[in-house]
Design a protein around this ligand. Structure first.
Ligand code: NAP
Ligand code: 8YV
Length: 319
């Protein structure tokens, strides 16, 4: 007997819990990523919603004539062709809030690791060096730092909350002042970079954030300066970063995100003052499960009631 339930497309690289949670109620169509989705036109006709992680392009949307909603696995939805979704009146949802704590914890870990070199010190110990004398003193400390947070949204605020017990001074830059916090506000990134010695970036990938952390910002942070990026690699000029870390104009950097993931420039890998993580901000079993739940629940709620739980601001549409 043919399956008459609404069909949901699930890209095969999405967390497996999404397909499990949907399978009881809907026909799940699991498809590999490829230039064109390998999917029968008759099946494509039946698809009402899609779950995706990362990119979802206009050609795929156009292969699915009755697509109503794309549920993105991740709070950043820069991989979805949002203009095309708006034009097609397709709702896009993301996974805000459920990962705030995890990403903020990762950020603090990355910051401490960048200034105190814990990963390197452990490698040094494991390599049997300790008997030959103590590990060299680290040039930097977190004590007494002035931290500027670039992006004080859901995750940025959790980072600030976690920084308070470290007794560092906290400032922030966003496009608009946030009256609910009393950290010093800087209307420009340049002014904030000149005032602080540590910059934490947690902004989305948009036209306005492309390579905004460039040599000028790195020079403003200075030789004692530390840059931490947990937002998107898109926001940092990696050539400028390699140059300023290389000549000591910038003290150190800790990165969880890169311009062309998963490709990390060889020169960056070789720099001793760079601490590098493979985009693991939210990568724990419980947090990824919570993200998967929210992806599935957005689809279920939409197909049941015509309301999405967490639509992105560009598509606050209802059925
Ligand atoms: P959010 O709540 O929307 O916060 C974004 C913040 O960035 C807001 O404070 C916003 O303030 C500010 N902002 C946006 N554009 C700006 C600009 N041009 N100049 C200055 N400030 C700007 O988002 P979120 O949930 O905190 O997530 C932020 C980003 O983190 C995501 O989009 C994603 O790219 C990244 N992320 C990375 C990981 C990871 O694993 N490394 C995990 C989760 C998220 P105003 O609107 O007032 O300017
Ligand atoms: C995930 C992220 O690594 O939520 C985001 O925007 O960058 C991370 O939580 C990613 O989205 C899932 O692949």
């Amino acid at each position: 007997m043919p399956d008459t339930r609404p069909a949901v497309l699930v890209l095969s690289d999405v967390h497996p819990h999404v397909a499990e949670a949907l399978a009881e109620r809907f026909e799940v169509v699991l498809v590999e990523r490829s230039e064109r989705l390998r999917i029968e036109p008759a099946t494509a006709e039946r698809i009402r919603a899609a779950a995706s992680s990362g990119s979802f392009n206009s050609a795929w949307m156009d292969q699915l004539p009755h697509l109503q909603l794309i549920a993105n696995f991740g709070v950043g939805y820069d991989g979805v062709d949002i203009a095309h979704a708006v034009a097609r009146r397709v709702i896009v949802t993301n996974t805000p809030d459920v990962l705030n704590d995890e990403v903020a914890d990762t950020t603090i870990g990355l910051l401490l690791n960048t200034v105190r070199q814990f990963a390197k010190a452990e490698q040094w110990l494991r390599a049997g060096n300790w008997a030959g004398g103590p590990y060299p003193l680290t040039p930097f400390s977190l004590t007494g730092r002035h931290v500027g947070i670039f992006g004080l949204g859901r995750i940025g605020k959790e980072i600030a909350n976690r920084l308070q017990p470290f007794k560092v001074k906290i400032s922030y830059h966003t496009r608009t002042r946030h009256p609910d916090v009393d950290y010093d506000y800087y209307p420009t990134l340049k002014d904030m970079a000149s005032a602080v010695d540590t910059l934490i970036a947690i902004v989305p990938k948009t036209a306005a954030t492309h390579k905004v952390i460039d040599a000028e910002i790195m020079r403003a942070l200075g030789p004692q300066g530390v840059l931490i990026n947990v937002g998107r690699g898109w926001s940092v000029d990696e050539d400028d970063l390699i140059a300023t870390l290389g000549d000591g104009t910038l003290g150190a950097a800790g990165l969880d995100v890169f311009y062309d993931e998963p490709h990390v420039p060889q020169v960056l890998l070789a720099l001793p003052n760079a601490t590098l993580l493979p985009h693991i901000g939210s990568s724990t079993v419980p947090t990824r499960h919570a993200m998967a739940d929210l992806v599935a629940n957005n689809i279920i709620r939409w197909l049941d009631s015509g309301h999405a739980i967490t639509p992105v601001p560009e598509t606050p549409l209802k059925r």
